[in-house]
Design a binder for this molecule. Structure first.
Ligand SMILES: C[S@@+](CC[C@H](N)C(=O)[O-])C[C@H]1O[C@@H](n2cnc3c(N)ncnc32)[C@H](O)[C@@H]1O
Length: 207
């Protein structure tokens, strides 16, 4: 897929900031940033092209049986073999202190440091990746993996990347993700139990 001429990916909503590198919150101090730039033992360093990804496209979901009908999702723009790096998850890098507890786009990068990546107001195509539950396939076809990237001038930076799942020992996922299929991860049970608690609290408040 060719990116839109504006430099934004096709389907990017107006009013949302598209970023190609992390933005650090005021509380995400230099000390925290330093630990995100200092690898202890690095095996692989990814060189990631900046700008809209040719591998995936944002698509509006118009399917009443999809649990995120009316919202958007991220779909494969070409066949993606197992373990393919798809895209980085970008957003506002923040700490525990300035986390937004109501965010639906917050991904943890480092639990010990308390650093998360919130793509509510700014991010890239990865913010549109839905959870597999209720969509149809029996499980996810992609996952988040921590990566180190080559940030240029000899600098390495720690990020979160989205990868196609491995083929598996029995090879049951050897096909990877077919062109046109939705890229689906698991947000984890914690995300959905938190959501359930919020809904229960709202119902209790209404009654
Ligand atoms: C990170 S966003 C995913 C992109 C979102 N669909 C959009 O268009 O902005 C997470 C939100 O998507 C929706 N979502 C994602 N996967 C879902 C699923 N399996 N079932 C129901 N809602 C889902 C929920 O509203 C969730 O809070």
């Amino acid at each position: 897929m060719r990116p839109a001429r504006s430099g934004l990916p096709k389907g990017w909503p107006q009013g949302l900031v598209y970023i190609t590198a992390p933005v650090y919150s005021r509380l995400c101090a230099a000390e925290v940033q330093k630990s995100l730039h200092t690898p202890s033992a690095v095996t692989d360093v990814l060189k990631v092209p900046s700008g809209p990804s040719p591998l995936a496209r944002i698509t509006k979901i118009g399917n009443p049986s999809h649990p995120a009908n009316g919202q958007s999702g991220l779909f494969a723009a070409q066949h993606l073999p197992p373990d393919t790096f798809i895209i980085l998850y970008l957003g506002l890098f923040h700490t525990r202190e300035d986390a937004d507890p109501d965010s639906d786009y917050d991904l943890s990068l480092d639990r010990e440091l308390g650093v998360g990546i919130d793509a509510t107001r700014m991010g890239n195509e990865a913010r549109f990746i839905n959870d597999y539950r209720g969509v149809g396939p029996p499980g996810p076809n992609a996952e988040f993996r921590e990566v180190w990237i080559d940030a240029g001038r000899g600098k390495m930076e720690r990020r979160m990347g989205v990868f196609v799942l491995s083929a598996g020992k029995s090879g049951k996922r050897a096909k990877g993700i077919a062109k046109g299929d939705e890229i689906l991860v698991s947000y984890g049970k914690g995300f959905w139990s938190e959501r359930q608690k919020e809904q229960d609290a709202a119902t209790d408040a209404d009654s």
